[in-house]
Design a binder for this molecule. Structure first.
Ligand SMILES: [Fe+2]
Length: 433
């Protein structure tokens, strides 16, 4: 597409430039003819007083006769003057000639009679290009000078470019434009494998870097799971459920990557919570709960040390906020909490309720949904809860309380889809080349 766009732009620029050059070339010849006439008529133009109209008319007829189509010369192959008039410096017409053999001469005369003579400034190139019956004509005004190089009259002529000259110019232009397009295409063909190869190298390096990042994510998630007397399975399940809900909601791929990182690391700050509080079998008292709540800020500190992990901030920082503002650490309410964190909060509680823990048996599907419903509009975003209830049966059937390797496979597919596919597409193109 880029090659086609470049070809179109270059071809258009070339076309316009060549057209201008063709016009300039004709114009040069026309101006040269005007100065030749000026030289030929110098004896008349040099006479003292105003130029003699009848002598000038005679000279004009003699001059145009040598430039008729019957005289073979490169000038005449280019076209011919079909209309000429000469004015004195007071803008009075003193001679004129119209080629009656030129078919649309009446239209030329009509056009020229309708426009008053415009006297060119010194060194001004006064010309106009127009078309009659599809054929181009150039009207030009040129000064006629006497022996002392002073302007004594003006020649205004209309030059009709011949069909042969138009066809030749069109042929040359098309050839050049085709050449330009061919050069762009060949260059693109030569460069394409080089660019794909370079992109492939970049993609392989990025892929390797991304693999390392994903390992870090896995190691950190696993470390906190072990610390929290849990298995990796909770992280896997809650991430998959949050992704399912986010896909139903329609998060962008970039938001999805943030959600996945955040879901995996949501409780990473628990690494910094003392054992006697983290592993306390019973309910935490107020002071202990205050310490427990600091796992959110500790988590933010940990992910803040990695640029790649930093976009997990929304879920890590907002997963204990509640929709009515009664959550922590900031007590944000409604949409002040990012949507990814509101999505994650539903998935996290659903998984906690449907999972077996050392201190509790799993709740049934109905009990779990009933508890979630009690949090509608207070703990959970009502719109997201509605959406979650449409996918909850599937989440419960395929994910609830599962700890087998299929979770890891499923999560691997998600990571591939949101983190790796773009780079693998580049690598596959490189293989194809
Ligand atoms: Fe937490």
């Amino acid at each position: 597409m880029a090659t086609c766009a470049i070809s179109i732009v270059l071809a258009s620029v070339t076309w316009i430039n060549l057209r201008d050059i063709a016009v300039e070339r004709v114009l040069d010849r026309v101006l040269l003819a005007s100065s030749q006439f000026s030289r030929q008529a110098r004896e008349i133009l040099d006479r003292p007083g105003l130029p003699d109209p009848s002598s000038l008319q005679h000279e004009l007829e003699a001059f145009t006769a040598t430039r008729s189509p019957h005289h073979d010369s490169s000038f005449n192959q280019m076209g011919r003057f079909v209309y000429v008039r000469i004015y004195d410096t007071g803008a009075r017409r003193i001679a004129s000639l119209a080629d009656s053999t030129y078919e649309p001469i009446a239209a030329v005369e009509l056009r020229m009679e309708a426009s008053a003579l415009r006297v060119p400034q010194p060194d001004e190139n006064l010309h106009r290009v127009f078309r009659l019956d599809g054929m181009p004509l150039i009207s030009v005004v040129a000064p006629l000078t006497g022996g002392k190089d002073e302007v004594v009259a003006y020649l205004e002529g209309v030059f009709a470019i011949s069909e042969a000259a138009v066809a030749a110019a069109r042929r040359d232009t098309l050839k050049t434009v085709a050449g330009v397009i061919a050069i762009v295409m060949v260059t693109a063909l030569v460069l394409y494998p080089v660019i794909i190869n370079l992109l492939g190298r970049l993609a392989r390096t990025s892929r390797s870097l991304l693999d390392s990042h994903m390992e870090t994510l896995n190691v950190l998630g696993s470390a906190i799971a072990k610390r929290d007397s849990d298995t990796d399975a909770h992280n896997y399940r809650v991430t998959i459920m949050a992704v399912n809900l986010a896909e139903a909601f329609g998060l962008t791929a970039r938001e999805m990557r943030s959600l996945i990182k955040g879901a995996f690391l949501h409780d990473v700050g628990k690494i910094g919570i003392p054992d006697d509080i983290l592993h306390k079998p019973g309910r935490l008292d107020t002071a202990e709960f205050s310490v427990m709540k600091t796992h959110v800020t500790k988590g933010l500190e940990i992910i803040g040390r990695s640029q790649w992990l930093n976009d997990a901030v929304e879920v890590v920082g907002g997963h204990h906020e509640k929709i009515d503002g009664s959550g922590y650490p900031d007590g944000r309410s409604g949409t002040d909490t990012p949507v990814s964190a509101r999505i994650f909060a539903i998935a996290d509680v659903f998984d906690a309720l449907t999972s077996k823990r050392p201190y509790k048996e799993p709740f049934s599907y109905e009990e779990t949904l009933s508890i979630l419903e009690k949090g509608r509009g207070t703990h959970f975003d009502a719109e997201l809860l509605d959406l979650f209830e449409t996918i909850a049966p599937d989440c419960y059937a395929h994910l609830a309380n599962r700890e087998d390797s299929t979770l890891k496979t499923h999560l691997g597919d998600i990571a591939q889809k949101y983190f790796m596919d773009d780079m693998d597409t580049i690598l596959s193109r490189e293989d194809a080349v």
